[in-house]
Design a protein around this ligand. Sequence first.
Ligand code: SF4
Length: 188
Amino acid sequence: MKSNHIYNSVERLAELLKVGARKAVAEHGLQPVQLEVLHYLSLCNRFSDTPMAVTEYLGLTKGTVSQTIKVLEKKELVVKELDIIDKRITHLRLSIAGNKLVKETIPTALFVNACNSLSEQTQEDIAAALQQLLLALLNANGLKTFGVCKSCRYNSQTDKGSYFCELVNQPLADEDIELICREHENNS
Ligand code: SF4
C-alpha cells in the first residue's frame, strides 16, 4: 500500500498550490480561498453557480462562503443575480474584472514554472494519474463528481445535433457542455 506516500505528496502539493495562490492574489488584497471561489465560478454551469454549490464543491462552511462572497461583491469581482423563475435562488456571476483576474492568475506562475520544467509526455502522464486518483477518491467515498457536462449520463443529443439535459429538461448550449455541474453523474 502506497497510500501514505501518495497522501504526503498530495498534501504537500495542496499546500504549495495555496502558496502560489497567496502570492498571485496578494496585490489584489485577496486570500487564496477567495481565488478558489472565483475559479469555481469560472468553471461551473448555471445550475451550479449558487452559494450552496460553492459550499459543496470547496467543502467550506456556509458562513465562510457567505463572508467570501461579500468580499468578492465589494471588490466588484462577483455579481449576485436572482433566478428569473425561482426568486429564492441566487446566482453568482463573475464580473468582467473577476473573469480577468481568474484568467491572469490561474494556473499560478508557481505552478506553470513547475510544468514548464517537465516534458509534454510527463505532463500527460501526471494529468492521467491525477485524474485516476481523483475519480477513485470520488467513487470510493460516494462524493459528488462535479464533472464536465459532456461526460454526464443526463446529457443527450437531439436529432439536430444540439444538446439537452434530461435531468432538468432544458436545452444546453455548446459552451454549457464544457462546464462543470453539481448534478453531474458519470456515464457508466
Ligand atoms: S447533463 Fe448532467 S452535467 Fe449537464 S446540466 Fe444536466 S445534470 Fe448537469
